[in-house]
Ligand binder design. Sequence first.
Ligand SMILES: [Zn+2]
Length: 119
Amino acid sequence: MATQTGKTRTLTGYMTELLEYPRYVIEREVDFTHCHYGGHYNAFIEECTNCRFGPACRWLDHNRTPSIEQASVEELSSALEGAVRFLRASNPHEAYCVCKTCQWLRRARHFRRSHLKTT
Ligand SMILES: [Zn+2]
């Protein structure tokens, strides 16, 4: 495909934009008040592994703006997977719910279906 580079750039751009909403939600939900590490997840610290915000914190640490701008489609797609998992777990809503989170989840699902090869 001749337009591969351009297409990939658009795709990552769209994904980065798509990840803004979960980042905002997760950042709001994670409480860093008692965090000794300033909200920076470290896989080698036991406190991080056992922290109840661990998975969300790890997600955030990987997907903050500076690191996400360099991310590949694969990285963004796994970030998207993680975000979908979080929002689904924290929001057991009705099938026809129209809240922002549910709208986002539908958008993400549609995107994955049409642009990513999900099994
Ligand atoms: Zn909802």
